[in-house]
Write a protein that binds this ligand. Sequence first.
Ligand code: GDP
Length: 317
Amino acid sequence: MKDSDAITCDEMIAGGKAALSRALAQIESAPDLVSTLALLSEAYARAKGHVVGVTGPPGVGKSTLLSAMIRMLRQKERTVGVIAVDPSSKVTRGALLGDRIRLQTDPEDPGIYVRSMAARDRLGGLAEITVAAMVLMRAVYDVVLIETVGVGQSETDVRGATDTVIFCVQPGSGDSLQFLKAGIVEIPDIMVVTKSDMEQQARQARADIKSAIRVTEAAEASAFHWPVKVLSVSAARGEGVEALIEAADSHMAWLGQGNRLTQKRRSQAQEWLVDGVRERFGREGLKHAGPLELGPGESPFGALAEVSRKLQASYKA
Ligand code: GDP
């Protein structure tokens, strides 16, 4: 691919789903092209959407919940981009991909875009390509939902690439609560007990979560700390979905006070930059690169290109 064939950020934003597909194809096929980095930097600067991660173990009801959230968001006339991170595809190339398409959305609706992506064999954080896709979608849609499978600090951890994390818990399964109590799972912004139509078990799960987080919450209570919300939903019955969206919105409103959101996104960008250098040049390259400090509003993609250029030049010399 040549720079002259590349799509610009304006074309991507104006061009609907077809243009976004082209842009995504470009970041996949030519990630280091100058115009790809320019596209990403521009999209990074034009962030408009709220990025929400929805995570939890397999079978908890994430796909069903996501479909219900998408329907509700569309009723509110908000546009939605979805990235479903497929944990299986690094091993069996897309075995679960069919599964992911369970997400029920209207293919004719121009306000919804769904994309499955492989988790790839990356330790910690999402694959670089997933982060790049999120940055593109964030410039186009009002809400970007990222679905990952996990029970905490797994390789599909969404914390580093989202504004708000929703962690789903299955009624009657003690697993996630054990992790929570043991402090293995970092507390998300919102915890949601799925399948609240399993009435007694769902009420019990909610009470258990509340008691499990009370200790940590008490320790961290301060003006700078978001008090985690614990909700229940029945995606099957459509109950609690609106309240969940309101909770996510209020977390975003909270982030919007002062410079919390700016700081959060900047420290995430800082992490991507460090990861990007490590992925391309290894630990040695990282040492060689020296301090990697992003300026306010500076795109990590532009900075990565710059650092890469310098490292390549110094290795050639
Ligand atoms: P995922 O693996 O986390 O994406 O979970 P799915 O959305 O595929 O749901 C797993 C199973 O739970 C399916 O059999 C769903 O029909 C069922 N399920 C999902 N949501 C609900 C719900 O609100 N109530 C009940 N009773 N079952 C649900």
